[in-house]
Ligand binder design. Structure first.
Ligand SMILES: [Zn+2]
Length: 159
């Protein structure tokens, strides 16, 4: 994938030594909006990436804390695949991306930020978005708009 300029990811890289698993901690939070969780399924959940590459960068994550794809049961694998399809439909409707990157990084060498808990990225893409927010510099642009994006998407996850 083409490199995307996302300065707030620096903060993420600095903070990533946080103790415990951030995904498991999110699931335990009572306030789903604060946790940025859009949907919880029987075996998995959908969450907004706090350090997004683009607007609407979501992740689908098994509830079980397992490090890699082979650890997932068939039921988990199937549910996650169906949820990814659902997420893509919703993102298409709401943000009208021109493409997607969908994928998993397994292991630090592959760029996994949180190694212990496998997660599937769904990154909506637009032509020219590799220049996404190029000049904003130090400010992390998204915190305020993360809640806004959450509010935009949330209704679509209510069945
Ligand atoms: Zn975990």
């Amino acid at each position: 994938m083409k490199q995307i300029w996302a300065p707030w990811r620096l903060e993420y890289i600095k903070n990533k030594k946080e103790a415990g698993c951030v995904f498991c901690a999110c699931v335990r939070k009572k306030n789903k909006k604060e946790a940025l969780i859009l949907a919880q399924e029987p075996l998995s959940f959908v969450i907004l990436n706090k350090y997004p590459y683009t607007c609407g960068h979501l992740m689908v994550i098994p509830l079980r804390h397992v490090p890699t794809l082979e650890d997932l049961s068939s039921e988990e694998g199937l549910e996650i695949f169906l949820v990814i399809q659902q997420v893509m439909k919703i993102l298409k409707k709401v943000f009208k991306p021109q493409g997607f990157n969908v994928g998993v990084n397994v292991g630090r060498a592959a760029g996994a930020g949180i190694e212990g808990h496998v997660h599937f990225h769904i990154v909506p893409r637009w032509s020219g978005d590799s220049n996404f927010m190029p000049v904003i510099g130090k400010t992390r642009v998204l915190p305020a708009s993360l809640q806004k994006i959450y509010d935009q998407l949330f209704p679509h996850f209510q069945k």
